[in-house]
Design a binder for this molecule. Sequence first.
Ligand code: GDP
Ligand code: IMO
Ligand code: MG
Length: 436
Amino acid sequence: MTKTHMSQISVVVGGQWGDEGKGKITDLLAQNMDYVVRFQGGNNAGHTIIVEDKTYKLHLIPSGIISKKATSIIGNGVVVDPKVLLEEIEQVKGQGIANPQLLISERAHVIMPYHIAMDEALSGHQGSLAAGSTKRGIAPVFGDKAYRNGIRMGDLLEPEIFKEKLEKAYNFNKAIIEKVFGLEFNRELETIYHEYLGYGEKLRKYIHDTELELFKAFKFGQQILFEGAQGMSLDPDHGMYPHGTSSNNVAGYSEVGSGVGFNTRKCVIGIVKAYVSRVGESPFPTELHDEVAEKIREEGKEYGTTTGRPRRIGWLDLVQVRQTVRTSGLTEIALTKIDVLLDMDEIKVCVAYKVDGKITEEMPASLEAMRNAIPVYKTLPGWESFTEGLKERVKTGGYDQLPENVKKYIKFIEYQVKCPVKIISFGPERNETIFK
Ligand code: GDP
Ligand code: IMO
Ligand code: MG
């Protein structure tokens, strides 16, 4: 297909704080894939894909579903809210995907109503250390997984086992919500039991041994693309802990969250937005509070797909991207939303932080350091707006047709983070993309 795709296994990961345009790039690459696999996260993710006159908003179903060619897999590392998934299946059916080619791992954990109640309670409790969660029950469901207290998709098909597990998990969670947090949890166990057995029945035809399916696909030489959700700084190990999410999103997790040890060289594509956005709470060294932020938020339509919250905005942070290159082993970068930085005299890029008077080019682990980090900027010249004429020239003529200052921006990033930019996105539409 393109110069990008030379590996049987490819992984798309978020290089910043999520919402970099992973859905758009996944959809584009999915045109040549046999499988597209989500391997972590849940419906805290929100991916918007625009193809011709249709806008698709996906939270759980892999963005590959739109291609109609690839089989979409929700892997064991994903947490599934079955009610949300059923609604999403209906939504894509209504948008012309009559027979979604979708498989869900039996081993994927289920988000239960008490997880959502617990998420609300936890966020209040964490105060200044909260991440500003999406309130979808993500931290509590991963908590139950680690406590070995969780319900898995396959359990919804086994009424006896489900009852045995649910009684334990329900009582555990209800007690914490009520006795620790002093809140009420009024949902009856019996009602939840029957409701979720019902979801299991409706989803039965999709629930599958996806780990074996992917292993066989790999052995048969089929093309597999992993679609990461969230982004580097939200990773619970490598991100800005505790201001992140609860499942790893670095590329290495693709094997854990899909159940296949591929043991082959992967193509790992880090999606990096030309500036930074952040939904939720954490230190954010390059955050802007002025009219530049407002302009970028409006031009870039920076409002959350999942919660509708206005996204916080800042200059591109290469300390963050450098960490993504390192922790995910990026083989290339897809730079998105360069069209949003239009008509600016100058654009700033953070190349290092100053912490306690010392310059560092690498992301500190310390929360104290992050709270005090002062960005060190390089200033680069801006570029004109991406008019329809310019977009057409770039679509037909490729990289050479980009404004000179965009090319300078790209070269600067490549030099700073030591990773090539191979995909450039200059609009939300599938075809507003070029390969370098
Ligand atoms: P994801 O979570 O990484 O998949 O990203 P989201 O879908 O949450 O947010 C990215 C938003 O930017 C979506 O509304 C996309 O349609 C849009 N988008 C993606 N790439 C581009 C681009 O290059 N230019 C512009 N203007 N919009 C883009
Ligand atoms: P996509 O896939 C942006 C953020 C939340 C919060 C923190 C923890 O669309 O890029 P959680 O609900 O996971 O417990 O919230 O993580 N967050 C995201 N921010 N994009 C996402 O996904 C996100 N998923 C979670 O805002 O700060
Ligand atoms: Mg998103």
